[in-house]
Design a protein around this ligand. Structure first.
Ligand SMILES: Nc1ncnc2c1ncn2[C@@H]1O[C@H](COP(=O)(O)OP(=O)(O)O)[C@@H](O)[C@H]1O
Ligand SMILES: [Mg+2]
Length: 288
C-alpha cells in the first residue's frame, strides 16, 4: 500500500499521553501507513539541553517500503536512525519496530534497557556515513563478527555466508583485505555486507556516499539500488543524492527543524512539491 501524502505531516494530532506510556496498545495516530507499519514513531521528542532536535515526531514506514529522508543539515535525520539503532535514547515518545516496543519514554523518566529492546534491535541494520569497520580485521572477519558473537552462528557457516555477501557487493577478491587496504567505496560495500549478514528486516543508511570521492559513489549506489529492487527488506535512507532517491524510493520525506515537512512519492517531492520549505531546499541543493 502506498502511504498517503499526509502520512508524516507535522500537523498530525499529538499522541495522547496514556498511549505513549502504555506499550502494546493499538496506535491511535492515523498516519496513512497504518497497520502495515514496521517502523512507527509516535510523539517522539529528542532534546539535548535546550536544543529540541525532534519535536513530537510522528513518522511511519511500511513493511518493505523504501523511504528516503532528505533535508538540511542539523534537522534531526541522523538522530532518527540512531534512535532506531538504540544508539540514542528519545527524551519522550513511543517507537515500535515490527509491532514490538523499542522505546516507550515518559518525559523526564530514566530509560532502562530491556531484553525486548535488544531483541527488537536485532531486526535493524545500519550503514554509517563513515563505514565504521574494524580497521585491524579483514573484510571477511568484519562481516562474521556479529553473526558469530551476537547470533552465535557457527564460524564456518558465517564465513560461507560472508563470502556470498562479498560476492553480492562485488568484492569477492577482497575477502582478506583490511579496511586500510581498500578504497572508501570498497569499505562501504563491506559495511553493507556486514549489515546484511545479520539478516535485518530493516536496513538504515545514513548518507552512505557522502564521505566518498565522487568516482567511488556509483559502485555503492549500484549495490543499494540492487537491494532496493531485489529484496523485500524495509529500507530507510538519509541521502543527499537526490536523483538516486528519486529513482529508488517508494516515498520521500522532507525533514526540517525536527519534523517531517512533507512526505510523498518521488514524483511529488521532486517535480511538484507542495510545501515552500521543500521547494527552497531543493532549489538550493539542486543548484550545484
Ligand atoms: N550527541 C549529541 N550531543 C549534542 N547535540 C547533538 C548530538 N548529536 C546531535 N546533536 C545535535 O542534534 C541536531 C540534529 O543532529 P542530526 O540528527 O545529526 O542532524 P542531521 O543528520 O539532519 O544533520 C544538531 O543540532 C546536532 O548538533
Ligand atoms: Mg546526519
Amino acid at each position: 500500500m502506498r502511504p498517503s501524502i499526509e502520512s508524516t505531516h507535522v500537523s498530525s494530532p499529538p499522541v495522547p499521553q496514556d498511549t505513549v506510556v502504555a506499550p502494546g496498545l493499538a496506535a491511535p495516530v492515523s498516519t496513512g501507513v497504518g497497520a502495515d507499519a514496521i517502523i512507527r514513531f509516535q510523539g517522539v521528542s529528542k532534546n539535548w539541553g535546550s536544543n529540541h532536535v525532534l519535536k513530537a515526531l510522528n513518522f511511519d514506514v511500511a513493511a518493505g517500503e523504501k523511504v528516503s529522508i532528505i533535508g538540511p543539515s542539523g534537522s534531526g535525520k541522523t538522530t532518527i536512525l540512531r534512535i532506531l539503532m538504540t544508539l540514542e535514547t528519545p527524551s519522550e515518545g513511543l517507537v515500535t519496530v515490527d509491532g514490538d516496543v523499542l522505546w516507550s519514554v515518559n518525559a523526564g523518566e530514566k530509560v532502562r534497557e530491556t531484553r525486548q529492546l535488544r531483541e527488537t534491535r536485532r531486526k535493524i541494520g545500519m550503514v554509517f556515513q563513515q563505514f565504521n569497520l574494524f580497521p585491524h580485521m579483514t573484510a571477511l572477519e568484519n562481516i562474521i563478527e556479529a553473526p558469530v558473537h551476537v547470533l552465535g552462528m557457527n564460524r564456518a557457516e558465517a564465513q560461507e555466508r560472508a563470502a556470498d555477501l562479498l560476492k553480492l557487493v562485488g568484492l569477492a577478491k577482497h575477502m582478506n583485505h583490511t579496511p586500510p587496504q581498500m578504497s572508501g567505496g570498497q569499505q562501504q560495500r563491506v559495511a553493507i555486507a556486514r549489515a546484511l549478514a545479520m539478516r535485518p528486516k530493516v536496513l538504515l543508511f545514513d548518507e552512505p556516499t557522502s564521505a566518498l570521492d565522487p568516482e567511488l559513489i556509483g559502485d555503492v549506489l549500484n549495490v543499494i539500488r540492487n537491494l532496493a529492487h531485489t529484496t523485500d527488506m524495509t529500507m530507510l535512507m538519509v541521502t543527499h543524492e537526490m536523483r538516486f532517491a528519486e529513482e529508488i524510493s517508494d516515498r520521500v520525506v522532507m525533514f526540517d527543524n525536527g519534523g517531517a515537512v512533507e512526505s510523498g512519492p518521488p514524483a511529488q517531492i521532486f517535480k511538484n512539491p507542495q510545501q515552500e520549505r521543500t521547494r527552497t531546499f531543493l532549489r538550493a541543493v539542486l543548484q550545484h
